[in-house]
Design a binder for this molecule. Structure first.
Ligand code: MSP
Length: 665
């Protein structure tokens, strides 16, 4: 029979504490914030699936100049302003199926107490001193920048010339911990990942580290936590904010603190690498605490290849995307499209395509076809597998399924979400081909094949169970609906990957439920792009120019431009002549849904020779009416002329059997 491995041996359960940055309350949530929070949520759900005790924390960063200025602009107090925007963040997360265990605000009295206690402690250890300082102060970054950081005299992030500020302030002896930090990063290769960011930090640390200014005089800023040892100053917002990771688990002696601090993992984007990879570890060291375990750093989301910014007017709001596509599609898209650590570009076309190709066609069709066949040929009851009819190909499929689970687990652990999903989608493709190859509808016609039919149906039911399991961290709602339709909701709700993440755990006799389509195919006409805010005119023009893929240059087109053409494999299921049109044939094709095409091939092909042929079509061509028939796409064919000028036309097909609807790229 089919060998089953001892899956348990390769899994470890642990305790996990995972955090997002706490977001400034000077702007509403956008897809950048959503991405960090969704991957952190996905990771925490994944670790729970592995059996871990998990704590996931997010929140808002509410002090500092930026917030005070934003509140003034709105004509309200910083507190009122912070309450409003903090709520907007808190209310956005459930829309995306994000479920943190704790939401922290830096204006909470407990946080203020902890910051003051830690400042006092570091001050008493003589790691904070008072001095006069002159330097280049960037308001956007809310910190002094070194000469080396400036590009053409400007802050590289905010593109503004910093102010020359000279004032007396308190400083943290960060430089004292430089050697310790270099050594710690070098001896813990996974401390900062991916490697490029680790290298960036080590390169920065190859120059002498300056001490960190950790106060702001009240004459300049009052919206901050007062220094416990000098009431004329408030705490620098980064010194205040980073401490949230300790406050949220009850430093100094809460039960959660003992349990979670040693395993803390922070998730951030590259913009705040320095505070997290340099300020924070040295602060922790000065506080006499063990270092956090890991820092995961991701790249930036652009929009249509352009930097996302309010002034350009291309900010994408997660709430609008959810209204358009649903939380599962948004989560899947963000995780699948960005390779962790690198930048990625959002576009309405890209999310639309992923929804229709990966979710509606690949996963959605597999799911609905399988359930329909289980209903039709097995009365919606998972049949008993017929051991005698298991083939060598079935064994290979089991191997592939279990290999997929291993790869998925490893990739999820390494924050390679896009690769984990690639592995899952390879299996989905394999299962769609399994259906075509085994053609249950043919087996059902032959009583002698009843055993084989049961085996094929069992394979489909069990594979779908496995897919519902591994997709749960990524798309909790869709995976829940899959589990409910498969009658394994309870079984999977409590499941641990080590137990359920292998083949053959579907109980024969399980009663299936019918469900609605998982991911209905979106119609281009109804799917509206998530409306960006109105751009300023000049900025819009600039952004458009930068965003427009080079359509044609020296006869060459860009990859993006080509990517807009949706080519698919289509199976011709019917073909007929069209009256009064001697060049045209009406074709009915499956790609994988049925559609009608009108093709100018009547002079080259007889209708009866076409049925069953798999051709390549342009699937996203605007529909056109020909002889009163609406053609929903175009069949590709090669043409040549012989020496006499006669035209020869040959349809383009695929070199081996592949599921109808497969994307050609
Ligand atoms: N308040 C600080 C963080 C303090 S943590 C102790 C802050 N806040 S922020 O609102 O500016 O959020 C920055 C974070 O938001 C980034 O590190 C990233 O997680 C997310 N992103 C903001 N814009 C982003 C993109 N365009 N792309 C990807 N993530 C982005 O910095």
């Amino acid at each position: 029979m089919i060998p089953q491995r001892n899956a348990l041996a390769s899994y470890l359960t642990m305790t996990t504490y995972i955090t997002t940055p706490i977001y400034y309350v000077n702007a509403l949530p956008h897809i950048g914030h959503a991405y960090t929070t969704i991957i952190t949520d996905t990771y925490s759900r994944f670790r729970r699936l592995c059996g871990d005790d998990v704590r996931f924390q997010t929140g808002t960063d509410e002090h500092g100049e930026k917030i005070a200025q934003a509140a003034e602009k709105e004509g309200c107090s910083p507190r009122e302003y912070a309450d409003r925007i903090s709520n907007a963040f808190r209310e956005t997360w459930p829309l995306l199926d994000v479920a943190p265990d704790h939401f922290i605000r830096t204006t909470n009295p407990e946080h203020i107490k902890v910051v003051q206690a830690l400042l006092q402690q570091v001050y008493e250890r003589d790691d904070i001193y008072f001095a006069e300082y002159s330097g280049q102060y960037c308001k956007g970054c809310e910190r002094f920048l070194t000469d080396k950081e400036l590009i053409d005299g400007k802050c590289p992030d905010h593109l503004t010339v910093p102010d020359e500020v000279s004032e007396q302030n308190y400083f943290f002896r960060m430089s004292k911990y430089q050697d310790w930090l270099i050594n710690h990063i070098k001896s813990n290769p996974d401390y900062i990942t991916p490697e490029r960011y680790r290298n960036e930090v080590l390169s920065f640390l190859s120059e002498p580290l300056e001490d960190l200014c950790i106060s702001r005089p009240c004459s300049r800023l009052t919206w901050g936590i007062p220094l416990p040892f000098d009431e004329n100053f408030v705490t620098y917002v980064w010194f205040d904010a980073l401490i949230n990771y300790l406050t949220g688990i009850g430093w100094p002696d809460g039960e959660n603190f003992d349990k979670y601090w040693a395993v803390a993992e922070h998730v951030i984007a590259k913009d705040i690498l320095k505070p997290h990879a340099i300020y924070w570890p040295t602060m922790i060291q000065a506080m006499g605490l063990p270092p956090y375990k890991k820092l995961h750093v991701h790249g930036y989301w652009n929009v249509d290849e352009t930097k996302m910014s309010k002034s350009i007017g291309n900010v994408i709001r997660p709430g609008e995307l959810v209204d358009e596509y649903g939380a599962d599609t948004v989560r899947y898209f963000l995780l699948r499209e960005m390779s962790f650590g690198r930048d990625a570009s959002f576009s309405t076309q890209a999310i639309f395509d992923r929804r229709n190709a990966d979710l509606a066609n690949d996963l959605g069709n597999l799911f609905s076809r399988s359930l329909t066949m289980l209903a039709k040929y097995a009365d919606s009851i998972v049949p008993e597998l017929d051991k005698a009819s298991v083939t060598e190909d079935d064994r290979l499929l089991v191997d592939a399924l279990e290999k997929m689970v291993d790869e998925y687990r490893q990739c999820m652990d390494n924050f390679e979400f896009h690769r984990a999903l690639q592995a899952v989608w390879e299996i989905i493709g394999m299962l769609n081909r399994f259906i075509v190859t085994n053609a249950p509808w043919e087996l059902a016609k032959d009583a002698a094949q009843a055993g084989r039919l049961r085996t094929v149906l069992y394979f489909l039911a069990d594979s779908l169970r496995l897919l519902a399991l591994v997709l749960r961290p990524v798309m909790p709602t869709a995976a829940g609906r899959m589990a409910a339709a498969l009658g394994v909701e309870e079984q999977l709700a409590k499941a641990v990957l080590a137990d359920e993440g292998c083949w053959g755990k579907m109980q024969s006799g399980t009663v299936l439920n019918t469900g609605e389509a998982l991911f209905p195919r979106l119609d281009k006409k109804t799917a509206q792009p998530a409306a960006p805010e109105k751009p300023a005119k000049a900025e819009k023009k600039k952004a458009k120019e930068a965003a427009a893929p080079t359509e044609e240059q020296d006869g060459l087109i860009s990859f993006d431009y080509f990517g807009k053409v949706e080519l698919r494999v289509a199976e011709i299921v019917a073909a007929e002549k069209i009256a009064k049109a001697d060049k045209l044939l009406k074709l009915t094709v499956k790609a994988p849904e049925e559609r009608t095409l009108v093709a100018g091939i009547a002079k080259h092909y007889r209708p009866e020779d076409l049925v069953g042929l798999k051709v390549i079509i342009v699937a996203n061509l605007k529909p056109a009416k020909l002889m009163g028939i609406t053609s929903q796409g175009m069949v590709l064919a090669a043409k040549e002329k012989d020496a006499d000028g006669n035209e020869r036309l040959v349809l383009s097909t695929v070199a081996a059997d592949i599921a109808a609807g497969s994307r050609v790229a």
